[in-house]
Ligand binder design. Sequence first.
Ligand code: PLP
Length: 387
Amino acid sequence: MLELFHGPTAAFKDLAMQLVAALSDEALSATGETLTLLTATSGDTGAAAVRAFAGAERIKLIVLHPLDRVSPVQRKQMTTVEADNVLNLAVRGDFDDCQRLVKGLLAEESLREQGRLSSVNSINWGRLAGQIPYYVSATAQLGQAATFVVPTGNFGDAFAGIAAKKMGLPAAGFVAAVNQNDALARAINDGVYARHPAVESGSVSMDVQAPSNFERLVYEASGRDADATRAVFETFAREGSVTLSPDLLAALRAEVSAVSVDEATTKAEIAHAHAAWGRIVCPHTAVALAAARRLDRNGAPIVALSTAHPSKFGAFVSDVLGFEPEPAPVIGALGDRPEQLTVIENTPEAALAAVKGSRRRADAHPLATLAQRSPVERLMAALIPSA
Ligand SMILES: *Cc1c(COP(=O)(O)O)cnc(C)c1O
């Protein structure tokens, strides 16, 4: 089990987000530009982004989350950060409303005039690049090629493994383990990529039915044929379903296999991991473990990626085990620190007014001293708190 959740918000997204933050800030200093990042979140991505970008000199981060619809832990991870470059907006609406408001803001001319605007979603290549070292480091520690089983939503983490292999990493194979939202698994196993509505599961961060990085996989598997790739995704967008050609399907299967794990099996796996190995695992990790135990052993070691600390999903875990997991140290440390958030109505006007009304405080923030260090020192400080 490759534990990737020892960052500041106890989820694997932290590591790559920290890298993207430090590198972006540095690149902006070189050009003298500033950047406003807007992101809608259902919890995890926003928390990792807030922790990573807090105190960045040239970047302002605005996170929209649905009021009262993220877990208290996720909300505190976003709202207890004392950084004057972070604005938390709690929208009276749901996640889709937040996403719609962000899209509107990104297209807003009067904001574009004030500087660069962008987003930190999972299509961002920097986030994928920052995940490649997981696979290199694990293989180096094992001293031999492994089969990696990756709990998968938007297919960013799994694609990073495939990228590592293309860079020369010896790897025995990759398995994308998805939950009951199985559009990707059906595409690879049955050859038909079809749109289905996403349903809520215990492994919420994987409730994705149109994984954005699947397009990258198709592009690579087609021999980087942009026309063929475009044809597949235009058909999918137009018809809601596309049949993959036998050649493309064979090439996809050479890169990755896919397994879908339902809710009952996910729960059974949490129970099994505890009974068999004394390990308490989060539902995302359980999906990967269940898929891993179904594999034929071909001699190569199997590495299941563990993407979140179980206490982030305490209710689901305690439902199975009958007790709450011990909080991760970074979660316990959140305590009752004061929270900062602005509640807004679910309208484009309210969102625009909140974004324009927020001004960076003039007084220097303690984190500003971070900017006086070299990018490598800042990265080390972000990744290893004692450095
Ligand atoms: C985001 C996330 C995933 C899925 O990663 P993708 O790169 O979107 O496939 C899995 N587990 C956890 C805990 C996550 O937060």
